[in-house]
Write a protein that binds this ligand. Structure first.
Ligand code: HEM
Length: 459
């Protein structure tokens, strides 16, 4: 059949059915397809996919998954209404963390929930969190003793949970709870990742020690959230914060939202909030230790702005190099390294056919390290974010918070705390890795160092 003989398409679906099928990525083996490669070294696997095409098909066992490999197409995917949040990553999160929170909802419920949480994250709401962020950032520098080893995993988790909980849920009681939350989240996230990449359903129900530990941690996470909600209600107070907004929220019919949704919303905000920020703080500590020349520049910049007083929230917007260090750390080690969507209709991406129901995957890690987008792509070079150079970075080649209607609501909130923490700790200390430290990348739901142990050396 020639192209001329094709009747004009009557619908998007008909149009989509006439498109090409994306090429199959190389290296598939019988039965397992690309599964083994993906499980063995997911970062390297995802980073090589662009060699095979802009959109490629992957075989994961019997299932076909589509991978998008160019910045422009990741933007098109995130912005198109033909795709929704779904797929193995989200199903696994939903099953464990709840089905009614903003991170996994779609359609009108999602829009309503975003409207409820958005005011707490707006740019003009962030300065109100400044004093807490300052206290927590400087709290780290006084907590750490010169010469003593810092376990960066627990310290980063601790400060991330405390900032999220104190700013958004206004809990003054957070120390003991922060500890519990950190422990619960660490076990839950590790277990969730395992359940996602090795989906052996019934095996995870056996009374094995690892399963019992996982179930205990998950139960404690939900219990903690119930306690936080119950305590706020018992206090009779309604401070102007995210928890009040959630407790007072109304559904599409104007009725109060149900208990389950309130619970799931708190979980859906606390869990992505602490794991992502904690992982990024770990990488910032690693960067300060590995690149003392940039740590020195951060300190010089901070001192030129503060003239020796402790760095304050208002200083952050003047700290250009500090901010560029944070952005560059996030480029090379994005906490969220993989994202998935599901096609809601027969559709297309980059001229390729994507059938309804297909799972689509892409990796911000691969996109942000792509040599097509970045000269010296593996170099840690914060100056690439100076305006005269940043203008050459292709659109969507640096979107660690994603774009479109699922964009992270917390981009300003996160960047403010990350820059402030970096400024505060680099002004007070140099960092050195100690024996037993391992800064190799550990792949889980987020990326973080295997086990980063640092010695703070006073400046
Ligand atoms: C370095 C820090 C962070 C990074 C890199 C990050 C990254 C992301 C990304 C990439 C998404 C979009 C997921 C997708 O497109 O499928 C997302 C969504 C989300 N993030 Fe963040 N995040 C960070 C911090 C936080 C914090 C601190 C909070 C809350 C306190 C938070 C709450 C959320 C929520 C609720 C969503 C779901 C939004 C929706 O589906 O409408 N994140 N985040």
């Amino acid at each position: 059949m020639t192209v001329e003989s094709v009747k004009p398409p009557t619908s998007a679906a008909a149009q989509a059915s006439q498109l090409r099928e994306p090429p199959l990525a190389g290296g598939a083996v019988p039965l397992l397809g690309h599964g083994l490669k993906l499980v063995r070294d997911p970062l390297a696997f995802m980073s090589r996919l662009r060699e095979h095409g802009d959109v490629v098909r992957l075989k994961l066992g019997p299932k076909t998954v589509y991978a998008v490999t160019t910045p422009a197409l990741t933007g098109a995917l995130a912005l198109s209404p033909d795709f929704k949040i779904d797929g193995p990553l989200w199903e696994s999160l939903e099953g464990l963390l709840g089905k009614e929170g903003v991170a996994t909802a779609n359609g009108p419920r999602h829009r309503r929930q975003r409207r409820t949480i958005q005011p707490a994250f707006r740019l003009d709401a962030i300065p109100a969190y400044g004093p807490i962020m300052e206290e927590e950032a400087h709290g780290l520098t006084t907590r750490w003793r010169p010469g003593e080893t810092i376990d960066c995993t627990s310290e980063s988790f601790r400060v991330a949970v405390r900032i999220a909980a104190r700013c958004l849920l206004r809990g003054e009681y957070m120390d003991e709870r922060a500890e519990r939350l950190c422990n619960a989240l660490a076990v839950v996230f590790q277990g969730m990742y395992r359940r996602m990449v090795v989906p052996l359903g019934p095996l995870y129900r056996l009374p094995l020690p690892a399963n019992r530990e996982f179930n205990r941690a998950l139960a404690d996470l939900h219990l903690l959230v119930d306690e936080i909600i119950a305590e706020r209600r018992a206090s009779g107070q309604k401070p102007d914060d995210l928890l009040t907004a959630l407790l007072e929220a109304k559904d599409e019919n104007g009725d109060p939202i149900g208990e389950q949704e309130i619970h799931d919303q708190v979980v859906a905000i606390l869990t992505p909030g602490s794991e992502t920020v904690a992982s990024t703080i770990m990488w910032l500590l690693q960067v300060l230790a590995a690149h003392p020349e940039h740590a020195d520049r951060v300190r010089e910049e901070v001192e030129s702005v503060t003239d020796g007083r402790p760095v304050a929230f208002e200083d952050v917007r003047k700290l250009r190099h500090t901010n560029n260090v944070v952005v560059e750390a996030m480029r090379l080690r994005p906490a969220v390294w993989i994202l998935t969507r599901r096609a809601v209709t027969d559709t297309s991406l980059g001229g390729y056919r994507i059938p309804a129901g297909a799972d689509i995957v892409y990796s911000p890690y691969a996109i942000q390290r792509d040599p097509h987008s970045y000269p010296d792509h593996l170099e840690f070079d914060p100056d690439r974010w100076l305006p005269e150079r940043a203008k050459d970075v292709p659109k969507y080649a640096m979107s660690p918070f994603s774009v479109g209607n699922r964009k992270c609501p917390s981009d300003h909130f996160s960047m403010a705390q990350l820059s402030l923490i970096t400024a505060a700790i680099a002004t007070k200390y140099r960092f050195e890795q100690v024996a037993g430290s391992d800064d190799a990348t550990r792949v889980g739901i987020t990326l973080r160092p295997q086990r980063l142990l640092l010695k703070p050396v006073p400046r």
